[in-house]
Design a protein around this ligand. Structure first.
Ligand SMILES: [Zn+2]
Length: 373
């Protein structure tokens, strides 16, 4: 488990002040504008500490005075303060598509302000890194605000320092993407696996609870990200959620990884589209989606039984995922787990649609720089 994404309660450490700033920012981030008295009450900090830190945050431009609330009361109404959503912007980059790198400039509430993309056109290795640099530079040029940092969701396994250990599509092996971006742009940079980035986006901006969340990304590959007990699950070697190459059908198709019948050969978008194109009529197309959903359900039932997660979010093309496939996943997991495991389970598609990795990339920066998520 990593550190909790959201600050909780008071603690006495040398970074107490930074922690207290994060508590206030988190409160304003989650709940919206508040008076200083409200902030003191909800965070448990003293009025003096709150006033002092709010003054500092206003000075930094991250928080703004909003005046008095609309309703009139007896006596002088309290002044509200709120997060200044456009006081700084964040560059988010999504490298998960096969043919292009997409990027956005987002504000501090994860709202997309500008979009931009570049074609990959077969670029690999150093050329692909140069392409990320170009996209980042062009995005930075699109905003006139200070840039808080750059967040990147990359395919493959990514270590805690933002080095991409292995991403075959982009020809990257032990590629220090985070370090090269930080050196070039002199900004904070966070690079994470695209499924892990997606689950952070969904957790922060997708109207989820704190009961355990798994986001299954279905694209050219298949991978999952998990937030459990308020923290992103990394796993022993940073490869938690790499479920795409679990064998689900030993008699199935040969996979790019040299095994036979991996989940990806059943579920990845190119495979699904090909089977749908081969299907002769509507009932057989429904059967293709139902079969894929059942195989996914068989794969995920032990995970749901083990972790007792609350929400399973399918992220990818909704025309493929939201319908017979999602229904088959839901039904199969329920058939194969105890009621206590599945009674509260919600199986749905992402509220953030195709932006989930871009929004998640902004969360990487928000969590790292402001301690909010
Ligand atoms: Zn495989």
């Amino acid at each position: 488990m990593g550190r909790p994404l959201r600050p909780r309660g008071k603690r006495l450490q040398e970074d107490t002040r930074r922690h207290h700033r994060s508590l206030l920012l988190q409160q304003l981030f989650r709940e919206g504008p508040a008076s200083r008295a409200d902030l003191a009450r909800t965070t448990g900090l003293t009025r003096v500490t709150v006033s002092d830190l709010v003054g500092e945050l206003v000075g930094d431009g991250l928080v703004e005075e909003l005046g008095a609330p609309a309703e009139t009361r007896v006596g002088k109404p309290p002044t509200l303060v709120g997060l200044a959503a456009d006081s700084a912007h964040i560059v988010g980059i999504d490298l998960s598509a096969e043919d292009r790198m997409t990027g956005a400039v987002l504000n501090l509430l994860g709202q997309v302000q500008h979009r931009h993309e570049v074609e990959i056109a077969g670029a690999k290795g150093a050329d692909a890194v140069a392409l990320v640099h170009r996209l980042a530079a062009e995005l930075i040029a699109m905003t006139d605000r200070p840039v808080l940092g750059i967040g990147v969701g990359s395919p493959g396994v990514v270590d805690a320092g933002g080095t991409v250990i292995d991403a075959p599509n982009l020809g990257w092996t032990d590629t220090p993407l985070s370090a090269s971006l930080a050196e070039k742009f002199e900004l904070p940079v966070v690079v994470a696996n695209d499924a892990n980035t997606a689950v952070l986006g969904e957790h922060t901006f997708g109207e989820t609870g704190d009961g355990g969340l798994m986001v299954l990304r279905v694209g050219t590959g298949v991978g999952a990200g998990l937030v459990l007990e308020g923290a992103l699950l990394h796993g022993h070697l940073g490869a938690a959620g790499e479920i795409g190459h679990v064998v689900v059908d030993p008699d199935g198709e040969r996979c790019a990884c040299s095994r036979t019948g991996c989940l990806e050969t059943v579920l990845a978008v190119p495979h699904l589209r090909r089977r749908l194109a081969d299907a002769e009529n509507a009932p057989s197309r429904t059967a293709v989606l139902t079969t894929a959903g059942e195989q996914l359900g068989v794969t995920l039932a032990p995970v749901v039984g083990t972790l007792n997660i609350h929400e399973l979010v399918l992220s990818g093309p909704n025309e493929l995922l939201d319908g017979p496939l999602r229904e088959a996943v839901d039904r199969t997991i329920r058939d194969r787990t105890m009621p206590v495991s599945s009674a509260g389970l919600v199986v749905r598609t992402s509220n953030l649609g195709e932006d989930v990795v871009l929004v998640g990339a902004s969360v990487l920066v928000l969590a790292g720089q402001l301690g909010v998520s």
